[in-house]
Design a protein around this ligand. Sequence first.
Ligand SMILES: [Zn+2]
Length: 142
Amino acid sequence: MSVGYNTKKLVWKRDKGCCFYCGCKLTWETKTVDHVIPRSKGGTSRAWNIVISCFTCNQNKGDSDPTKEQLDTILRWKVAHEMKNSLEKAIAIAKLNGSPEEVEELFKLREELRGIILATRPMAVPLPPTELILNRFTSLAQ
Ligand SMILES: [Zn+2]
């Protein structure tokens, strides 16, 4: 599965055009994209598993596993992406059944999650307490 254009744009913005591995500055033309968990090991082409990489680091990494730090980083993005997807559903429900304050609260949480999804160092950004709030709306949906 190849990496979609929208995914490339998102990770380019998130990684600020720098190689995830060595930090060197790249251009859109010179960058490559890399699967942190290799495709050969079940890695997906979703944005949380894709990073901007220079050609050399991409070649050197090959099919090797990410380091613990690299894995922690992408799993943080994964959690934020998944929470945001759940939040989109909760927002749809809240628009029908919730108060304006609740909708506003969910929008605020979505912004916080966007902050993590687009953070070069997501571990530095605290996760918002999304689960508690989501439970309220997912129970409404049943
Ligand atoms: Zn590099």
